[in-house]
Design a protein around this ligand. Structure first.
Ligand SMILES: Nc1ncnc2c1ncn2[C@@H]1O[C@H](COP(=O)(O)OP(=O)(O)OP(=O)(O)O)[C@@H](O)[C@H]1O
Ligand SMILES: [Mg+2]
Ligand SMILES: [Zn+2]
Length: 503
C-alpha cells in the first residue's frame, strides 16, 4: 500500500489538484519522482532527503518511488517538497496516516527542514476550498494569501518539525486569521497638480481613465510625457475586491506578489523597459508564466519610448488588446492568461524629437522619419483610441510661482462618476468600461443624432478612418458623454472624440 497526500499545482492561473503517492520497495537504494516532473521536482529529491533527516526522521532505504498524478498535468516548481516528505513519513509509519487524510499541502523545503514560500497560492487555496479539505497547509510566508479564500482553514508552519508537532497534536498551530489591512495608500509622488499647463493631455488622460481607452502621448524631449503618464494611477479608481483577487492570483503565479499584503487595491501600473523580452512581455516559457500584459490586468501597461520596442513585441500585443487574454502555446500545453489592460504609450515625433515643433528645427532626414514611423504598425496604432500631442510649454506656463494646477484627487472624482455610470450600464456582464464594448453593445449604447452622423461621415472620408477607428471614436464619445453626465451622445462629444484621432 502506498501513502497519498493531496497537493495542487497551477495551469495558467487555474489551480488543479495533484495526488502525491509514495511507495517504498525492497531493492537497491533509489529515489525517483514520476509524473512529468520538471527540473525543480527532481531537485526536490535532495531537499526532501536532507529535510527529513534534519527534522530527525530517517529517509527510507530501498527503492523509493513518488508518483505525481494525474500524469498528463505538467507540474512546475518546488511546491511538492512538503507533500512528498509527508507521504514518505506516512508510508514509512513515522507519521500516522489519519491526520494527513483530509489535508491539502504545498511548500518548498529547505535543506534545514524550513518551509519556503511557493507561487500561485491563491489559486491553490481555491482548489483546496473546492475539494472541501479540512485544512490547507502552506508555508508561513504564504499565510495571508491563502487566508484570502473565505471558508478555508489555513495552517502556516515555518518548519517541517512544527507541522509534524501540529499533526500529532503535541503543539497545535493556530489557524491563520486574515489580517484586516487598511486599503493601500495612494502613491502621492505623482500628482497632476505638479504638471503645469498641458491641459489638453490631462483632459485626454482623464477620458482614457474614465473609459479604459488606450492612449499615445507624442511630443518633444522633456515636454512631460513620462511625467503625465506616471500621474495616471492617481486618477484611476481602486480595484473592487473581485478585481483585486484576480490581480493577486496573476501576480502570485508570476512571483511578484508582496507577501505581507497580498490583496492590493491599487490598479497595477506596469512599466516594462523596451529591452524586455517578448516572453516577459506576453508571457510564456516551458512552464508558462504570465507576462507584463497579464501583470497589468485590470490596470495599465505603460510603454515609454514606444518605437524602441522590438516590432515583434509590439505585434504580439494585438491579440490581448483585442481579446483581453493571451494564449501562450507550448509543445506540452496551451495556457490562457487574462490580459485586459489599458495601454498607455509615449514617444517622440521623430528620432531628433522636434518634428512639428514651432521653435526648433527638426534635423531628421525623410528616410529616418519614415523608418521611425514604420516601427509601429498601423494595426497597433489603430487600436490606440487617443493620440495626443504633448507640446513644449512656454516659460509663463511652467514658472513654479504660477497658479497651482488641479490636483489628481478632484480629477479622480469625475473619473469615478463616469465609471459609476458604466457600472450601471454593464450590470450583469463581465464588462467594466466603454472601451471593451463589443459590436452589439456599441450599437445599443452609442447611437448618435443626425448632425453627429454628418460629422462622422466627414471624418471617415477625411481622416481615412477604418471601421475599427470609427467604432473606437464612438466609444470614446460615449465616455466623454458619461463624463459630462449626458445620457445621449451629443455633437460636442463626437467632435472631441474625433480630435483625439491622428490627423
Ligand atoms: N508641464 C510640466 N510641468 C512641470 N514640470 C515639467 C513639465 N514638463 C516637464 N517637466 C519637468 O521635466 C522633467 C522631464 O519631463 P519628462 O521626463 O516627463 O519628459 P518626456 O516628455 O518624457 O521627455 P523624453 O521624450 O525625453 O522622454 C519632468 O520630470 C519634470 O520635472
Ligand atoms: Mg520620457
Ligand atoms: Zn526630427
Amino acid at each position: 500500500m502506498s501513502a497519498t497526500i493531496l497537493s495542487a499545482t497551477t495551469i495558467g492561473i487555474e489551480g488543479v489538484p495533484v495526488h502525491v503517492e509514495a511507495d517504498v520497495q525492497h531493492g537497491l537504494p533509489n529515489f525517483t519522482v514520476v509524473g512529468l516532473p520538471d527540473a525543480a521536482v527532481q531537485e526536490s529529491r535532495e531537499r526532501v532527503r536532507s529535510a527529513m533527516r534534519g527534522a530527525g526522521f530517517f529517509f527510507p532505504r530501498g527503492r523509493v518511488t513518488v508518483n505525481l498524478a494525474p500524469a498528463d498535468v505538467k507540474k512546475a516548481g518546488p511546491g511538492f517538497d512538503l507533500p512528498i516528505a509527508l507521504a514518505l513519513l506516512v508510508q514509512t509509519k513515522q507519521l500516522p496516516a489519519e491526520p494527513c487524510a483530509q489535508l491539502m499541502v504545498v511548500g518548498e523545503l529547505g535543506l534545514d527542514a524550513s518551509l519556503r514560500p511557493v507561487r500561485g497560492v491563491l489559486p491553490l487555496a481555491l482548489v483546496a476550498r473546492f475539494k472541501g479539505v479540512q485544512a490547507f497547509i502552506v508555508p508561513q510566508v504564504n499565510a495571508q494569501e491563502a487566508a484570502l479564500v473565505e471558508g478555508l482553514t489555513v495552517f502556516a508552519p515555518t518548519t517541517l518539525p512544527m507541522l509534524i508537532a501540529h499533526l500529532l497534536g503535541t503543539v497545535p498551530l493556530p489557524a491563520v486569521t486574515p489580517e484586516q489591512r487598511p486599503s493601500t495608500q495612494r502613491n502621492t509622488e505623482s500628482d497632476f497638480a505638479q504638471v503645469r499647463g498641458q491641459a489638453h493631455a490631462k483632459r485626454a488622460l482623464a477620458v482614457a481613465a474614465a473609459g479604459g481607452h488606450n492612449i499615445l502621448l507624442i511630443g518633444p524631449p522633456g515636454s512631460g510625457k513620462t511625467m503625465l503618464a506616471r500621474c495616471l494611477p492617481s486618477i484611476l479608481p481602486e480595484l473592487s475586491r473581485d478585481e483585486a483577487l484576480d490581480v493577486t492570483a496573476i501576480h502570485s503565479v508570476g512571483g511578484v506578489l508582496p507577501p505581507d499584503a497580498p490583496l492590493q487595491f491599487a490598479r497595477p501600473f506596469r512599466t516594462p523597459h523596451h529591452t524586455t523580452s517578448t516572453v516577459a512581455l506576453i508571457g510564456g516559457g516551458s512552464y508558462p508564466r504570465p507576462g507584463e500584459v497579464s501583470l497589468a490586468h485590470h490596470g495599465v501597461l505603460y510603454l515609454d519610448e514606444l518605437p524602441e520596442f522590438p516590432r515583434q513585441a509590439l505585434e504580439s500585443l494585438r491579440q490581448p488588446l483585442e481579446d483581453g487574454v493571451v494564449t501562450v502555446a507550448r509543445a506540452a500545453q496551451t495556457v490562457k492568461f487574462p490580459a485586459r489592460f489599458m495601454l498607455v504609450t509615449s514617444q517622440n515625433p521623430c528620432p531628433c524629437g522636434y518634428r512639428g515643433d514651432p521653435k526648433r528645427h527638426c534635423t531628421c532626414s525623410p528616410g529616418q522619419m519614415l523608418r521611425y514611423d514604420r516601427r509601429i504598425s498601423g494595426p497597433l496604432l489603430d487600436r490606440i483610441d487617443l493620440h495626443i500631442q504633448v507640446p513644449r510649454q512656454d516659460f509663463a506656463t511652467l514658472r513654479i510661482d504660477g497658479a497651482a494646477a488641479e490636483p489628481s484627487a478632484s480629477i479622480r472624482l469625475r473619473v469615478e462618476q463616469a465609471r459609476a455610470v458604466q457600472r450601471v450600464r454593464f450590470q450583469g456582464s463581465s464588462l467594466h468600461v466603454n472601451a471593451h464594448m463589443g459590436a452589439r453593445l456599441v450599437t445599443k449604447h452609442c447611437q448618435v443624432d443626425t448632425p453627429s452622423h454628418a460629422l462622422l461621415q466627414q471624418a471617415v472620408d477625411q481622416l481615412h478612418l477604418s471601421a475599427r477607428g470609427y467604432v473606437r471614436v464612438l466609444k470614446v464619445a460615449r465616455t466623454i458623454a458619461d463624463l459630462a453626465g449626458a445620457e445621449k451622445i451629443e455633437l460636442t462629444h463626437v467632435a472631441e472624440a474625433l480630435q483625439y484621432r491622428p490627423s
